[in-house]
Design a protein around this ligand. Structure first.
Ligand SMILES: O=C(CCCl)NNC1=[NH+]CCN1
Length: 325
């Protein structure tokens, strides 16, 4: 089978929410290819924590079962996190269904989640080897549904300030232009990880960022966090751009025309459009860049990358497909 749901951006495309039906109750969740837990806002949380949110109430589902003695605790790259207990229920995403999916019920969530009323939980789409449930690690929705899909893959079609889609089981070739390039994925760290060691700015000469550098495809991260060599060389081509640590990174005059970035994805150059690298206005004339430097060894290609690239995640042969859209 297949399944298809809308992916709706919040303001400034900070994150993309998609509807998921759990035991007959539909919540908008943040689909996250950079983590592997499915957790939800639920009736165990305080009314203060759930104010403005849609919650899942396991007592109202006739297919819920508590997973005795199981718990989860997750922290994300941006410092946010959640923890709680675990059950199973029927989870349906646009028609693709898993009957006994582990659904993690937060009893504590970090303030950034409380303050984001559009976000009612996360649906992890990375590899199950980094799921945090103890004492028995649980499988992701994708792992569980894969064998029932027409093709063992899901795709992300995220758009700048427009509604896109997540699809399970098929690559909708009408959603992108040109050829799709497939590259190998190294999942030893549990991520959709690939080699990314060169770049070019505005179609200029290819430059090496870091030999052997790695990156992950992460729909759960807002920005594109690349090697500092990439970010520095990119903004050097933007008049008035500065690395302003008081703003948290590279800013530039909003009137500037941003160049395109070509970035290595598994040996083939992908393009991130300059227009997609303008993230948000920070004051009347200054804008904050969607491309920023990471000091960690691993580069994280978040939603900024996806706005220019339609991406297919193939769990059948551990490969990643990308195409311009
Ligand atoms: O945690 C990460 C980075 C993995 Cl290296 N991505 N996913 C996510 N979810 C919420 C914030 N960020």
């Amino acid at each position: 089978g297949t399944g298809s749901v809308t992916a709706t951006p919040e303001a400034n495309d900070v994150e993309y929410l998609a509807p998921v039906t759990i035991g007959g109750q539909t919540l908008n969740l943040d689909f996250d290819s950079g983590s592997s837990d499915l957790w939800v806002f639920n009736s165990q949380l305080s009314s203060k924590a759930t104010k403005g949110h849609t919650i899942y109430d396991p007592t109202q589902s006739n297919s819920f079962a508590l997973m005795q003695g199981a718990s989860f605790e997750i922290s994300y790259g941006d410092g946010s996190g959640a923890a709680g207990n675990v059950g199973t229920d029927t989870v349906d995403i646009g028609g693709a269904t898993v009957t006994a999916q582990a659904v993690e019920l937060a009893t504590a969530v970090s303030q950034s989640f409380v303050e984001d009323p559009n976000n009612n939980g996360l649906l992890g789409l990375a590899f199950s080897t980094i799921n945090t449930v103890q004492p028995q690690q649980q499988k992701t929705f994708f792992d569980n549904v894969m064998s029932s899909l027409a093709e063992p893959l899901f795709t992300a079609d995220l758009r700048a300030q427009a509604v896109g889609a997540y699809e399970f089981g098929q690559v909708d070739t009408s959603k992108f232009t040109g050829a799709m390039t497939w590259v190998p994925v190294n999942n030893t760290q549990g991520f959709w990880q690939f080699t990314s060691e060169s770049f070019a700015v505005d179609g200029g000469a290819a430059q090496t960022s870091t030999a052997g550098a790695q990156a992950i495809a992460d729909t759960g991260t807002t920005l594109m966090l690349a090697d500092s060599a990439v970010a520095t060389a990119y903004y050097a081509q933007v008049d008035g751009a500065v690395d302003d640590q008081t703003q948290g990174g590279f800013t530039f005059p909003c009137a500037a025309t941003l160049p395109d970035l070509q970035i290595d994805v598994g040996g083939t150059m992908a393009t991130v459009k300059g227009t997609d690298i303008n993230f948000a206005q920070v004051d009347d004339a200054t804008c904050f860049g969607g491309l920023q430097a990471t000091t960690a060894g691993l580069q994280i290609y978040g939603d900024i990358f996806f706005k220019s690239n339609f991406v297919a995640f193939n769990g059948g042969n551990n490969s990643l497909g990308f195409a311009q859209h």
